[in-house]
Design a binder for this molecule. Structure first.
Ligand code: 5AD
Ligand code: SF4
Length: 409
Protein backbone atom coordinates (compact mmCIF):
# COMPACT_ATOMS: atom_id res chain seq x y z
CA UNK A 1 0.00 0.00 0.00
CA UNK A 2 2.81 2.40 0.89
CA UNK A 3 4.78 1.54 -2.24
CA UNK A 4 1.68 2.31 -4.25
CA UNK A 5 1.08 5.61 -2.42
CA UNK A 6 4.72 6.53 -3.07
CA UNK A 7 4.21 5.81 -6.79
CA UNK A 8 1.23 8.13 -6.86
CA UNK A 9 3.12 10.93 -5.13
CA UNK A 10 6.12 10.40 -7.40
CA UNK A 11 3.91 10.84 -10.42
CA UNK A 12 2.27 13.91 -8.94
CA UNK A 13 5.54 15.75 -8.40
CA UNK A 14 7.03 14.57 -11.66
CA UNK A 15 4.06 16.33 -13.27
CA UNK A 16 5.21 19.49 -11.49
CA UNK A 17 8.59 19.19 -13.24
CA UNK A 18 10.60 17.41 -10.57
CA UNK A 19 12.90 14.53 -11.46
CA UNK A 20 13.91 11.69 -9.18
CA UNK A 21 17.47 11.51 -7.77
CA UNK A 22 19.21 8.75 -5.87
CA UNK A 23 20.92 10.65 -3.06
CA UNK A 24 19.50 12.99 -0.45
CA UNK A 25 22.30 15.49 -1.18
CA UNK A 26 21.09 15.93 -4.76
CA UNK A 27 17.48 16.67 -3.79
CA UNK A 28 15.54 19.92 -3.54
CA UNK A 29 12.75 18.06 -1.85
CA UNK A 30 12.88 14.81 0.10
CA UNK A 31 9.60 13.06 0.85
CA UNK A 32 9.59 10.35 3.48
CA UNK A 33 6.45 8.27 2.96
CA UNK A 34 6.04 6.32 6.16
CA UNK A 35 4.53 3.34 7.94
CA UNK A 36 3.26 3.47 11.54
CA UNK A 37 2.14 -0.10 12.08
CA UNK A 38 5.03 -1.07 14.37
CA UNK A 39 7.55 0.96 16.36
CA UNK A 40 10.58 -0.29 14.39
CA UNK A 41 9.19 1.51 11.32
CA UNK A 42 9.16 4.74 13.34
CA UNK A 43 12.71 4.15 14.57
CA UNK A 44 13.94 3.87 11.00
CA UNK A 45 12.16 7.06 9.96
CA UNK A 46 13.69 8.93 12.92
CA UNK A 47 17.13 7.86 11.71
CA UNK A 48 16.43 9.33 8.28
CA UNK A 49 14.89 12.49 9.72
CA UNK A 50 18.02 13.05 11.84
CA UNK A 51 20.26 12.72 8.81
CA UNK A 52 18.03 14.96 6.68
CA UNK A 53 17.91 17.62 9.38
CA UNK A 54 21.71 17.69 9.41
CA UNK A 55 21.97 17.86 5.61
CA UNK A 56 19.45 20.67 5.53
CA UNK A 57 21.35 22.69 8.13
CA UNK A 58 24.45 22.26 5.95
CA UNK A 59 22.40 23.53 2.98
CA UNK A 60 22.67 20.24 1.09
CA UNK A 61 18.94 19.45 1.18
CA UNK A 62 16.34 22.18 0.74
CA UNK A 63 12.98 20.83 1.87
CA UNK A 64 11.75 17.79 3.78
CA UNK A 65 8.22 16.40 3.79
CA UNK A 66 6.84 13.61 6.00
CA UNK A 67 3.84 11.78 4.55
CA UNK A 68 1.83 8.61 5.12
CA UNK A 69 0.75 6.97 8.34
CA UNK A 70 3.24 8.66 10.70
CA UNK A 71 2.11 11.96 9.21
CA UNK A 72 -1.45 11.06 10.16
CA UNK A 73 -0.54 10.14 13.74
CA UNK A 74 -0.54 12.53 16.71
CA UNK A 75 3.16 11.92 17.18
CA UNK A 76 3.86 13.80 13.94
CA UNK A 77 3.53 17.20 15.65
CA UNK A 78 6.44 16.42 17.97
CA UNK A 79 8.51 14.99 15.09
CA UNK A 80 7.87 18.12 13.05
CA UNK A 81 9.30 20.26 15.83
CA UNK A 82 12.24 18.03 16.72
CA UNK A 83 13.41 17.60 13.12
CA UNK A 84 12.20 20.92 11.71
CA UNK A 85 10.15 19.29 8.94
CA UNK A 86 8.72 21.63 6.26
CA UNK A 87 5.53 19.74 5.45
CA UNK A 88 3.63 17.00 7.28
CA UNK A 89 0.79 15.23 5.49
CA UNK A 90 -1.41 12.33 6.49
CA UNK A 91 -2.95 9.70 4.27
CA UNK A 92 -6.04 11.71 3.29
CA UNK A 93 -4.50 14.98 2.25
CA UNK A 94 -1.65 14.07 -0.07
CA UNK A 95 -3.23 16.50 -2.55
CA UNK A 96 -1.58 19.22 -0.45
CA UNK A 97 1.73 17.92 -1.73
CA UNK A 98 0.60 19.06 -5.17
CA UNK A 99 -0.02 22.56 -3.83
CA UNK A 100 3.31 22.50 -2.01
CA UNK A 101 5.18 21.86 -5.26
CA UNK A 102 3.10 24.43 -7.15
CA UNK A 103 0.53 22.28 -8.92
CA UNK A 104 -3.17 23.12 -8.99
CA UNK A 105 -5.17 21.63 -6.11
CA UNK A 106 -6.20 18.02 -6.62
CA UNK A 107 -8.68 17.50 -3.83
CA UNK A 108 -10.12 14.35 -5.34
CA UNK A 109 -6.92 12.49 -4.54
CA UNK A 110 -8.08 11.71 -1.01
CA UNK A 111 -10.38 9.06 -2.46
CA UNK A 112 -8.90 5.87 -3.90
CA UNK A 113 -9.75 7.24 -7.33
CA UNK A 114 -6.32 8.45 -8.35
CA UNK A 115 -4.82 5.75 -10.55
CA UNK A 116 -1.35 4.41 -9.99
CA UNK A 117 1.65 4.42 -12.25
CA UNK A 118 1.01 3.29 -15.81
CA UNK A 119 3.36 1.62 -18.22
CA UNK A 120 4.87 -0.94 -15.85
CA UNK A 121 4.83 -4.70 -16.49
CA UNK A 122 2.98 -5.06 -13.19
CA UNK A 123 0.80 -2.58 -11.35
CA UNK A 124 -1.04 -2.08 -8.08
CA UNK A 125 -4.67 -1.05 -8.27
CA UNK A 126 -6.32 0.28 -5.11
CA UNK A 127 -9.87 -1.02 -4.73
CA UNK A 128 -10.53 0.20 -1.20
CA UNK A 129 -8.85 2.34 1.44
CA UNK A 130 -9.14 2.40 5.22
CA UNK A 131 -10.54 -0.31 7.49
CA UNK A 132 -13.77 -0.78 9.44
CA UNK A 133 -12.28 -3.26 11.94
CA UNK A 134 -10.92 -2.23 15.32
CA UNK A 135 -8.31 -4.86 16.09
CA UNK A 136 -6.99 -4.27 19.61
CA UNK A 137 -3.35 -3.79 18.55
CA UNK A 138 -3.75 -1.96 15.26
CA UNK A 139 -3.24 1.72 14.44
CA UNK A 140 -4.38 1.43 10.81
CA UNK A 141 -8.03 2.50 11.34
CA UNK A 142 -6.76 5.61 13.20
CA UNK A 143 -4.33 6.69 10.49
CA UNK A 144 -6.14 5.45 7.38
CA UNK A 145 -9.73 6.07 8.41
CA UNK A 146 -12.85 4.06 7.66
CA UNK A 147 -13.35 1.91 4.60
CA UNK A 148 -14.02 3.62 1.28
CA UNK A 149 -14.71 1.27 -1.65
CA UNK A 150 -13.93 2.35 -5.15
CA UNK A 151 -16.68 1.82 -7.75
CA UNK A 152 -16.32 -1.26 -9.94
CA UNK A 153 -16.45 0.74 -13.19
CA UNK A 154 -13.56 2.89 -12.04
CA UNK A 155 -11.44 -0.16 -11.09
CA UNK A 156 -12.16 -1.98 -14.35
CA UNK A 157 -11.57 1.20 -16.38
CA UNK A 158 -8.14 1.64 -14.81
CA UNK A 159 -7.24 -2.00 -15.40
CA UNK A 160 -8.31 -1.86 -19.05
CA UNK A 161 -6.05 1.17 -19.51
CA UNK A 162 -3.17 -0.54 -17.77
CA UNK A 163 -3.54 -3.71 -19.85
CA UNK A 164 -3.79 -1.67 -23.07
CA UNK A 165 -0.56 0.05 -21.99
CA UNK A 166 1.26 -3.28 -21.61
CA UNK A 167 0.69 -4.22 -17.97
CA UNK A 168 0.59 -7.99 -17.60
CA UNK A 169 0.10 -8.35 -13.83
CA UNK A 170 -2.42 -6.53 -11.69
CA UNK A 171 -2.48 -6.64 -7.88
CA UNK A 172 -5.69 -5.45 -6.23
CA UNK A 173 -4.87 -3.55 -3.07
CA UNK A 174 -6.58 -2.65 0.18
CA UNK A 175 -6.38 -3.28 3.94
CA UNK A 176 -9.30 -5.73 3.72
CA UNK A 177 -9.91 -6.21 -0.01
CA UNK A 178 -12.42 -8.99 0.55
CA UNK A 179 -14.63 -6.54 2.47
CA UNK A 180 -15.05 -4.58 -0.78
CA UNK A 181 -18.64 -4.00 -1.73
CA UNK A 182 -20.32 -1.45 -3.93
CA UNK A 183 -23.87 -1.07 -5.24
CA UNK A 184 -24.85 -4.65 -4.46
CA UNK A 185 -21.63 -6.15 -5.80
CA UNK A 186 -19.22 -8.05 -3.56
CA UNK A 187 -15.50 -8.68 -3.79
CA UNK A 188 -15.92 -11.95 -5.64
CA UNK A 189 -17.91 -10.19 -8.40
CA UNK A 190 -15.12 -7.66 -8.76
CA UNK A 191 -12.40 -10.31 -8.75
CA UNK A 192 -14.19 -12.33 -11.43
CA UNK A 193 -14.60 -9.23 -13.60
CA UNK A 194 -10.93 -8.34 -13.16
CA UNK A 195 -9.86 -11.89 -13.95
CA UNK A 196 -11.56 -11.50 -17.31
CA UNK A 197 -9.74 -8.34 -18.34
CA UNK A 198 -6.24 -8.81 -16.86
CA UNK A 199 -3.83 -11.57 -17.90
CA UNK A 200 -2.57 -12.16 -14.35
CA UNK A 201 -4.22 -11.13 -11.09
CA UNK A 202 -3.47 -11.22 -7.38
CA UNK A 203 -4.99 -9.43 -4.39
CA UNK A 204 -3.96 -8.49 -0.88
CA UNK A 205 -4.80 -8.25 2.04
CA UNK A 206 -7.82 -10.30 3.05
CA UNK A 207 -9.67 -10.67 6.34
CA UNK A 208 -10.90 -14.15 7.40
CA UNK A 209 -14.31 -12.78 8.43
CA UNK A 210 -14.95 -11.46 4.92
CA UNK A 211 -13.44 -14.30 2.91
CA UNK A 212 -16.18 -16.11 1.00
CA UNK A 213 -15.91 -19.69 -0.20
CA UNK A 214 -16.93 -18.45 -3.64
CA UNK A 215 -13.79 -16.29 -3.77
CA UNK A 216 -11.62 -19.21 -2.68
CA UNK A 217 -13.12 -21.39 -5.38
CA UNK A 218 -12.65 -18.66 -7.98
CA UNK A 219 -8.92 -18.64 -7.19
CA UNK A 220 -8.78 -22.32 -8.11
CA UNK A 221 -11.03 -22.11 -11.14
CA UNK A 222 -9.87 -18.97 -12.93
CA UNK A 223 -6.71 -19.38 -14.98
CA UNK A 224 -5.66 -15.75 -14.69
CA UNK A 225 -5.73 -15.62 -10.86
CA UNK A 226 -2.45 -16.49 -9.13
CA UNK A 227 -3.13 -19.35 -6.73
CA UNK A 228 -1.72 -17.57 -3.75
CA UNK A 229 -3.74 -16.53 -0.70
CA UNK A 230 -2.57 -14.17 2.01
CA UNK A 231 -4.97 -14.54 4.91
CA UNK A 232 -3.75 -13.08 8.22
CA UNK A 233 -4.80 -15.21 11.19
CA UNK A 234 -2.83 -13.36 13.95
CA UNK A 235 -3.33 -16.12 16.56
CA UNK A 236 -4.48 -19.72 16.83
CA UNK A 237 -6.14 -19.19 20.21
CA UNK A 238 -9.85 -18.35 20.36
CA UNK A 239 -9.26 -16.49 23.60
CA UNK A 240 -6.65 -14.23 21.96
CA UNK A 241 -8.72 -13.80 18.80
CA UNK A 242 -11.49 -12.47 21.04
CA UNK A 243 -9.13 -10.14 22.93
CA UNK A 244 -7.90 -8.91 19.55
CA UNK A 245 -11.49 -8.36 18.29
CA UNK A 246 -10.78 -10.35 15.16
CA UNK A 247 -14.37 -11.53 14.82
CA UNK A 248 -13.69 -15.23 14.05
CA UNK A 249 -12.60 -18.39 15.80
CA UNK A 250 -9.68 -20.57 14.83
CA UNK A 251 -12.07 -23.24 13.59
CA UNK A 252 -13.63 -20.88 11.05
CA UNK A 253 -10.17 -19.97 9.83
CA UNK A 254 -9.28 -23.67 9.44
CA UNK A 255 -12.45 -24.25 7.43
CA UNK A 256 -11.53 -21.42 5.05
CA UNK A 257 -8.10 -22.97 4.56
CA UNK A 258 -9.66 -26.35 3.83
CA UNK A 259 -11.77 -24.76 1.09
CA UNK A 260 -8.72 -23.01 -0.35
CA UNK A 261 -6.57 -26.15 -0.30
CA UNK A 262 -9.31 -28.08 -2.01
CA UNK A 263 -9.88 -25.35 -4.61
CA UNK A 264 -6.16 -24.86 -5.31
CA UNK A 265 -4.22 -27.90 -4.02
CA UNK A 266 -1.00 -26.64 -5.56
CA UNK A 267 -1.50 -23.06 -4.31
CA UNK A 268 0.44 -21.14 -1.67
CA UNK A 269 -0.93 -19.86 1.59
CA UNK A 270 0.62 -17.14 3.72
CA UNK A 271 -0.44 -15.40 6.90
CA UNK A 272 0.42 -12.80 9.54
CA UNK A 273 0.96 -13.82 13.14
CA UNK A 274 1.51 -11.62 16.20
CA UNK A 275 3.39 -13.11 19.14
CA UNK A 276 3.37 -11.58 22.61
CA UNK A 277 0.12 -9.62 22.48
CA UNK A 278 -0.72 -8.57 26.09
CA UNK A 279 -2.33 -11.45 27.92
CA UNK A 280 -0.96 -14.17 25.62
CA UNK A 281 -0.32 -17.26 27.74
CA UNK A 282 1.79 -20.33 27.05
CA UNK A 283 -1.40 -22.19 26.24
CA UNK A 284 -2.46 -19.53 23.68
CA UNK A 285 0.98 -19.80 22.10
CA UNK A 286 0.71 -23.59 21.92
CA UNK A 287 -2.56 -23.20 20.06
CA UNK A 288 -0.93 -20.88 17.56
CA UNK A 289 1.79 -23.48 16.99
CA UNK A 290 -0.87 -26.14 16.46
CA UNK A 291 -2.74 -24.00 13.95
CA UNK A 292 0.48 -23.23 12.10
CA UNK A 293 1.21 -26.93 11.82
CA UNK A 294 -2.30 -27.83 10.67
CA UNK A 295 -2.57 -25.06 8.09
CA UNK A 296 0.95 -25.81 6.79
CA UNK A 297 1.56 -22.25 5.68
CA UNK A 298 3.92 -21.75 2.76
CA UNK A 299 5.14 -18.58 4.42
CA UNK A 300 4.25 -16.27 7.28
CA UNK A 301 5.05 -12.79 8.46
CA UNK A 302 5.60 -13.13 12.18
CA UNK A 303 5.55 -9.96 14.27
CA UNK A 304 6.46 -9.29 17.86
CA UNK A 305 3.69 -7.25 19.44
CA UNK A 306 4.53 -3.56 19.29
CA UNK A 307 2.42 -1.24 21.45
CA UNK A 308 0.87 1.60 19.43
CA UNK A 309 -0.22 4.62 21.43
CA UNK A 310 -3.99 5.07 21.24
CA UNK A 311 -4.81 1.41 20.58
CA UNK A 312 -6.63 -0.74 23.12
CA UNK A 313 -3.79 -3.22 23.48
CA UNK A 314 -1.24 -0.53 24.36
CA UNK A 315 -2.78 -0.14 27.82
CA UNK A 316 -3.80 -3.75 28.43
CA UNK A 317 -2.34 -5.70 31.35
CA UNK A 318 -0.41 -8.91 30.91
CA UNK A 319 2.66 -7.58 29.10
CA UNK A 320 4.72 -10.53 27.89
CA UNK A 321 8.44 -10.28 28.84
CA UNK A 322 10.85 -9.70 25.91
CA UNK A 323 12.66 -13.01 26.42
CA UNK A 324 9.39 -14.94 26.22
CA UNK A 325 8.31 -13.02 23.12
CA UNK A 326 11.63 -13.82 21.46
CA UNK A 327 11.33 -17.54 22.23
CA UNK A 328 7.73 -17.69 20.97
CA UNK A 329 8.76 -15.79 17.84
CA UNK A 330 11.47 -18.34 17.08
CA UNK A 331 9.20 -21.29 17.81
CA UNK A 332 6.56 -20.02 15.38
CA UNK A 333 9.23 -19.20 12.80
CA UNK A 334 10.74 -22.68 13.05
CA UNK A 335 7.35 -24.31 12.67
CA UNK A 336 6.52 -22.19 9.61
CA UNK A 337 9.88 -22.83 7.96
CA UNK A 338 9.74 -26.58 8.51
CA UNK A 339 6.32 -26.74 6.86
CA UNK A 340 7.32 -24.42 4.05
CA UNK A 341 10.50 -26.37 3.33
CA UNK A 342 8.59 -29.65 3.20
CA UNK A 343 5.95 -28.23 0.88
CA UNK A 344 8.54 -26.59 -1.38
CA UNK A 345 10.40 -29.90 -1.72
CA UNK A 346 7.31 -31.32 -3.41
CA UNK A 347 7.77 -28.84 -6.25
CA UNK A 348 11.22 -30.19 -7.13
CA UNK A 349 11.31 -31.96 -10.50
CA UNK A 350 8.23 -30.25 -11.91
CA UNK A 351 8.23 -27.91 -14.89
CA UNK A 352 6.75 -24.48 -14.18
CA UNK A 353 5.64 -21.49 -16.15
CA UNK A 354 7.37 -18.58 -14.44
CA UNK A 355 6.44 -14.91 -14.59
CA UNK A 356 9.59 -12.78 -14.33
CA UNK A 357 9.15 -10.10 -11.66
CA UNK A 358 12.71 -8.80 -11.41
CA UNK A 359 15.23 -9.12 -14.22
CA UNK A 360 18.54 -10.85 -13.64
CA UNK A 361 21.13 -9.32 -11.35
CA UNK A 362 24.91 -9.65 -11.72
CA UNK A 363 24.81 -13.33 -10.80
CA UNK A 364 22.47 -13.94 -13.77
CA UNK A 365 19.52 -14.89 -11.60
CA UNK A 366 16.08 -13.41 -12.18
CA UNK A 367 13.28 -13.63 -9.62
CA UNK A 368 9.97 -14.95 -10.82
CA UNK A 369 6.67 -16.36 -9.65
CA UNK A 370 4.87 -19.56 -10.59
CA UNK A 371 1.10 -19.70 -11.07
CA UNK A 372 0.99 -21.41 -7.68
CA UNK A 373 2.48 -18.24 -6.20
CA UNK A 374 5.92 -19.68 -5.38
CA UNK A 375 8.93 -17.38 -5.66
CA UNK A 376 11.59 -18.83 -7.99
CA UNK A 377 15.20 -17.95 -8.74
CA UNK A 378 15.89 -18.71 -12.37
CA UNK A 379 18.91 -18.24 -14.63
CA UNK A 380 17.60 -16.13 -17.48
CA UNK A 381 18.02 -12.72 -19.03
CA UNK A 382 14.27 -12.53 -19.76
CA UNK A 383 12.82 -9.12 -18.93
CA UNK A 384 10.31 -8.37 -16.17
CA UNK A 385 6.86 -9.23 -17.43
CA UNK A 386 8.10 -12.13 -19.60
CA UNK A 387 7.21 -15.76 -18.98
CA UNK A 388 9.73 -18.60 -19.13
CA UNK A 389 9.36 -22.35 -18.63
CA UNK A 390 11.88 -24.15 -16.45
CA UNK A 391 12.27 -27.20 -14.26
CA UNK A 392 12.55 -26.77 -10.48
CA UNK A 393 15.87 -28.28 -9.38
CA UNK A 394 15.92 -27.55 -5.67
CA UNK A 395 14.05 -25.72 -2.96
CA UNK A 396 14.67 -23.89 0.30
CA UNK A 397 12.12 -22.73 2.87
CA UNK A 398 11.56 -19.41 1.07
CA UNK A 399 12.27 -19.93 -2.64
CA UNK A 400 12.49 -22.52 -5.39
CA UNK A 401 15.52 -22.75 -7.66
CA UNK A 402 14.97 -23.50 -11.34
CA UNK A 403 17.39 -24.80 -13.98
CA UNK A 404 18.00 -23.27 -17.41
CA UNK A 405 14.71 -22.28 -18.98
CA UNK A 406 13.70 -23.77 -22.29
CA UNK A 407 12.42 -21.68 -25.18
CA UNK A 408 10.53 -18.59 -24.00
CA UNK A 409 6.78 -19.06 -23.57
N1 5AD B 1 2.28 -5.08 16.71
C1 5AD B 1 2.73 -6.12 15.97
N2 5AD B 1 2.23 -6.44 14.77
C2 5AD B 1 1.23 -5.68 14.28
N3 5AD B 1 0.54 -5.74 13.13
C3 5AD B 1 -0.36 -4.75 13.11
N4 5AD B 1 -0.27 -4.02 14.25
C4 5AD B 1 0.72 -4.58 14.99
C5 5AD B 1 1.27 -4.30 16.26
N5 5AD B 1 0.84 -3.29 17.00
C6 5AD B 1 0.75 -6.78 12.13
C7 5AD B 1 -0.49 -7.63 11.92
C8 5AD B 1 -0.97 -7.19 10.56
C9 5AD B 1 0.32 -6.80 9.89
C10 5AD B 1 0.19 -5.92 8.71
O1 5AD B 1 1.06 -6.16 10.90
O2 5AD B 1 -0.10 -8.99 11.88
O3 5AD B 1 -1.67 -8.20 9.88
FE1 SF4 C 1 -5.61 -3.42 11.32
FE2 SF4 C 1 -6.15 -5.36 9.50
FE3 SF4 C 1 -7.42 -5.30 11.93
FE4 SF4 C 1 -7.97 -3.45 10.03
S1 SF4 C 1 -8.36 -5.68 9.91
S2 SF4 C 1 -7.67 -3.08 12.24
S3 SF4 C 1 -5.94 -3.13 9.13
S4 SF4 C 1 -5.19 -5.66 11.53
Amino acid sequence: MNVHDSDRMRRMIQDAGYAEVQRYEDADLVILNTCYVRENAVDRVKGHLGELNRLRREGRVKKVALTGCIGAAEESAALRQTYDIDLVLGTHNTYELAEFVGLPTMRETYTPELPGTEGGHSAFVTIMTGCNYQCSYCIVPTVRGRMICRPMGSVIGEIENLVAGGTGYVTLLGQTVDAWRHEGKRFCDLLEAVSECAPRVWFTTSHPSNMEDRTLRAIGERDTIVKRLHLPVQSGSDRMLKVMHRGYKAERYRRKIEVFREAAPDGTLSTDIIVGHPGETEDDHEQTLRLVEECAFDSAYIFKFSPRRGTEAASQPGIVPDGVVQRRFLEVLRQVEQNAFRRNQRKVGGEEEIYIRHGSTEDGKAIGETWSGHAVHVNTDAAPGDYVKARIESAGPHVLYAGEPGTPV
